[in-house]
Design a protein around this ligand. Structure first.
Ligand code: GLN
Length: 486
């Protein structure tokens, strides 16, 4: 089978269950494709580890103890700690770090049978929108190597788009699953805050961080999401005490009468014409499927940028204080005393964007500024969440663009971090509200670059989002398009 690398998670799982292919065969194919590390997507590959997992999966497939995704490969964003691979979160400060345990999400996917292909490149500590902030070099977009793959889960999106992995994990704090999925023409979902355990996910902004799957189709995302999610109360107090759900069960539900809310603030000036055209045509497709488009308003959309870029750095400045050279990773070589060691270690280990966020975060939390910035941002965050609840009185699902433009060229926003921040405008609101959101391929822009449609649901409505995305993917073939050579 020469096209193993282009098969869906679902197709691979069924070929493995019926023993038409072995897990070792599948793993070997992907490892071969990963050779030379195309697009700089991976940060750690260890074929011995992968093949050992594949052999264990083959044993389970033979003796009837296989999980539902037994033998299907997956690659993990380097923000999830893993025992068998290094974990750096894209930072020099964690260079070579090996965790003594696996993140809950990693462990749950392995329990479902998935074989790990290694660790994926990302922006340092998941801070970024272009993967240009990785200490290990940027990831190239498989559709055009002169362009960014999006961020921070850029390695995850590029690996799936390039057929280096059938699926990947990502994390989304302010858009890091949805935006790279959009830029690379794949499907990704960020579930409701609390659905997936954050245990072993290196913390960036804990009140926002969520794990989710990235794959070619909504159906594949549903299969992974069901395996990833579930209560983990002893280890993550914010994980939801809810039973695991079969997110694939309602994929084929009819969309007849579904009310899709169209926020006018997502279609204003600043939205590139080619993105708008692709999103509009996806919306017309939904009308053909029986859905009704309802105009709505999310009046504080613009405020989500300053609010997010106060809250996320505030939490980051606290979370990242643990990287001081004592317990984890890098320690400066020459220092005079403890404080000097902290200073030099952090000065050497962190990149510029991480330093910028730590300084911003410390500032907005500091005495005298806390009320003016942090507290104010928290209040507006609540209003943004309330705006969504108002909107959901009139609609079932909200739709709009994921990002204002297609993937930009490397260097275009260099030396202008605010340009990257502004491009997060459509993904930040759902993150601040803790709502589930996803990116679904909706067509191609002027330069042949993929465009993603964003779908936002109310709390715990992942099944509804996946249903809407799946029905669109039954009616269109954008998610099946591949970059040249894949
Ligand atoms: N671009 C946003 C940031 O830099 C979001 C990143 C993310 O979701 N991890 O913070």
């Amino acid at each position: 089978m020469s096209d193993l690398h282009n098969l869906s998670v679902k197709a691979l799982a069924s070929l493995l269950q019926t023993k038409e292919v072995s897990a070792v065969e599948v793993a070997t194919r992907f490892l071969a494709r990963m050779g030379g590390n195309p697009h700089n997507a991976f940060l750690d590959i260890d074929s011995e580890v992968t093949l050992a997992q594949a052999r264990a999966s083959d044993t389970k497939l033979a003796d009837g103890t296989a999980g539902p995704l037994e033998g299907v490969p997956v690659a993990h964003k380097d923000v999830f700690v893993t025992r068998d691979f290094t974990t750096t979160a894209g930072s020099k400060i964690l260079s070579g770090y090996r965790s003594p345990f696996d993140a809950t999400v990693v462990q749950r996917l392995r329990t479902a049978g998935m074989v790990s292909l290694g660790k994926l490149n990302c922006d340092e500590f998941a801070m970024g929108s272009a993967n240009e902030n990785s200490a290990y070099g940027p990831v190239q977009n498989p559709w055009d190597s002169a362009r960014v793959p999006g961020g921070s889960s850029g390695g995850s999106a590029a690996a799936v788009a390039a057929g280096l992995a059938p699926a990947a994990t990502g994390t989304d704090t302010g858009g890091s699953i949805r935006q790279p999925a959009s830029f690379c023409g794949i499907t990704g979902i960020k579930p409701t805050y609390g659905r997936a355990s954050r245990y072993g996910m290196i913390a960036y902004a804990s009140s926002l961080d969520q794990a989710g799957p990235m794959a070619r189709s909504a159906e594949d995302c549903a299969l992974l999401l069901s395996a990833m999610c579930g209560a983990d109360l002893d280890r993550d107090s914010t994980s939801l005490d809810m039973p695991t759900e079969d997110f694939a069960a309602s994929l084929n539900n009819s969309l007849e009468g579904l009310r899709i809310g169209i926020p006018k603030e997502f279609f204003g000036e600043g939205l590139a014409a080619d993105v708008r055209a692709a999103v509009d045509s996806a919306l017309r497709e939904y009308e053909k499927l029986g859905a009704k488009l309802v105009p709505i308003s999310l009046p504080r959309t613009e405020l989500s940028i300053p609010v997010y870029y106060i809250i996320a750095p505030a939490e980051a400045s606290s979370n990242l204080s643990r990287f001081d050279g004592v317990k984890f990773g890098h320690r400066a070589k020459d220092y005079t005393d403890l404080v000097d060691m902290y200073k030099k270690t952090r000065a050497e280990g962190f990149g510029n964007e991480v330093k910028r966020r730590i300084m911003t975060g410390a500032y907005v939390l500091s005495h005298g500024y806390y009320d003016a910035y942090y507290l104010q941002a928290q209040k507006i965050r609540r209003m943004i969440a309330d705006d969504f609840q108002n909107a959901f009185k009139e609609c079932d699902v909200i739709a709009g663009p994921v990002a204002p433009s297609v993937a930009w060229k490397f260097g275009e926003n260099a030396n202008d971090p605010v340009a990257d921040y502004l491009a997060d405008i459509f993904t930040l609101p759902a993150s601040l509200a803790g709502l589930p959101g996803m990116s679904v391929p909706a067509g191609f822009g002027a330069q042949g670059m993929p465009v993603g449609l964003q779908l936002i649901g109310n709390y715990f409505k992942e099944a509804q989002l996946l249903n809407a995305a799946h029905r669109l993917q039954q009616a269109t073939d954008f998610h099946l398009q591949k970059p040249v050579g894949v």
